[in-house]
Write a protein that binds this ligand. Structure first.
Ligand code: C2E
Ligand code: CA
Ligand code: CA
Length: 393
């Protein structure tokens, strides 16, 4: 795999540059290019038609280079070789990813061969990610009649992503994520249809279809706890808790096996009705999770006001996680917060074993992410649990 890679080293210092080039060659990287400043690098990339990875020593003038390669698509992933302040590095990482280029990490100014190999290996992961996730996305909003037909035909399917115990890998449960098995366009992710469903006021219908499929999985895999996503607007209906209660009774399932994940940004203006629904769900025994924690403006205030007993820490905190980074400090404080409130904390978006190790060091116990499993159909989840002999809590 490494022999098929093309890598550009953009480094001003001749000694550091030639060292990096030699190390890449000794690892067997297929094509290695070098440049000492942004403009030269850009001209080289235009001539060669782009590279997989650019290793950049970040300087003021290199910002222009980065912006240009993003616009032109001449680089697929970036790794830094810089000793700049970790706060600035994090912002670069976020900026790079926002523009659709993978950020592989920071090598530092002086780095070992092993560390270079590790950072390069992350490129495989990001490349594979695109191939193995057969989700189609579209900005086109499906019309009402098409969505209604899909609901009537049962085309919306529940996919399940495992939530695991970081210490021993046990599956603690799964999050239910909506997919549309479109007869012509393939498997669609929520970005392609959720906004339309919300606008058309059909979120409840979708919820009940997924809830039903979730209960069926619970019957086949007894003990598996499930987390469903609920849009805050759905909590405005005071019948939701009763309806959930009635369905659970019908199937003889305990409410303690159900988590409802509510996005924190959407409950900024929690009405008394929303609060009532949340209280009733808690009294029934359901777990209430504040989804995407840390992304909104008033996470802490909402956490004090509303009866959540789980925090789902947004995936953005895990990206670029390393000791000393701001994400590391933020996760550490979320762990302490959850401990003092006596509520659970689930970290989302864990993709590498390095992130997993850091999370364990910080005292995180529960996590979700591609490292442990992507969202899959109920049948695939059951097969994976059986074949890997993963035990359910
Ligand atoms: P979410 O609730 O924050 O769900 C997590 C999203 O992150 C999922 O995207 C999941 O596939 C993705 N993910 C999980 N692990 C990783 C990882 O390691 N790396 C990366 N890069 N991504 C990871 P998905 O399935 O596309 O869902 C997007 C959002 O759509 C969800 O975000 C949730 O807010 C919403 N959603 C999904 N299903 C439903 C539903 O049934 N009802 C409602 N109201 N919202 C839903
Ligand atoms: Ca969620
Ligand atoms: Ca989330």
């Amino acid at each position: 795999m490494i022999s098929t890679l093309s890598v550009l080293v953009l480094e001003e210092h001749p000694l550091h540059r030639s060292l990096a080039v030699k190390m890449l060659q000794s690892l067997g990287v297929g094509k290695v290019f070098e440049a000492c400043e942004g403009r030269e690098a850009l001209a080289l990339l235009r001539c060669k038609g782009g590279v997989d990875i650019a290793i950049c020593d970040l300087r003021m003038h290199d910002m222009v280079f980065l912006r240009e390669v993003w616009h032109s698509g001449l680089v697929r992933a970036v790794a830094l070789s810089s000793d700049i302040d970790s706060g600035v590095r994090n912002t670069v990482a976020v900026m790079v990813e926002k523009l659709g280029v993978s950020f592989l990490g920071n090598l530092g100014k002086i780095f070992s061969l092993d560390w270079l190999r590790e950072v390069l290996s992350r490129y495989d992961l990001s490349a594979v990610r695109g191939e193995t996730l057969p989700l189609v996305t579209s900005t086109e909003m499906p019309p009402r009649d098409e969505i209604e037909r899909a609901l009537a035909n049962g085309e919306f399917v529940a996919y399940f992503q495992p939530k695991v115990d970081l210490q021993d890998g046990r599956v603690l449960g799964a999050e239910v994520l909506a997919r549309w098995q479109h007869p012509k366009r393939g498997l669609l992710g929520p970005d392609s249809f959720l906004p339309a469903i919300e606008q058309l006021g059909l979120l409840d219908q979708l919820f009940w279809q997924l809830f039903q499929q979730g209960l069926e999985l619970q019957i086949q895999s007894p003990g598996i706890a499930l987390a469903f996503n609920v849009h805050p607007s759905q909590l405005n209906c005071s019948r939701l808790p009763d309806n959930i209660w009635n369905r659970l009774r019908l199937y003889g399932m305990p409410a303690t096996g159900i988590t409802l994940e509510v996005t924190e940004t959407g409950i900024l203006s929690a009405s008394p009705k929303v609060m009532e629904s949340l209280i009733r769900l808690r009294l029934m025994g359901c777990i209430l999770a504040m989804d995407d924690f840390g992304v909104g403006y008033s996470s802490l205030k909402r956490l004090c006001e509303l009866p959540f007993n789980q925090i789902k820490l947004d995936a953005s905190f895990v990206r670029g996680l390393h000791r000393g980074s701001r994400g590391y400090a933020a996760i550490g404080s979320a762990v302490s917060l959850a401990k003092s409130l006596n509520i659970s904390l689930v970290t989302e978006g864990v993709e590498t074993s390095e992130q997993s190790r850091h999370l364990l060091d910080l005292g995180c116990r529960e996590a979700q992410g591609y490292l442990f499993g992507r969202p899959v159909s109920g049948a695939a989840l059951r097969t994976a649990m059986l074949s890997r002999r993963l035990s359910v809590r």
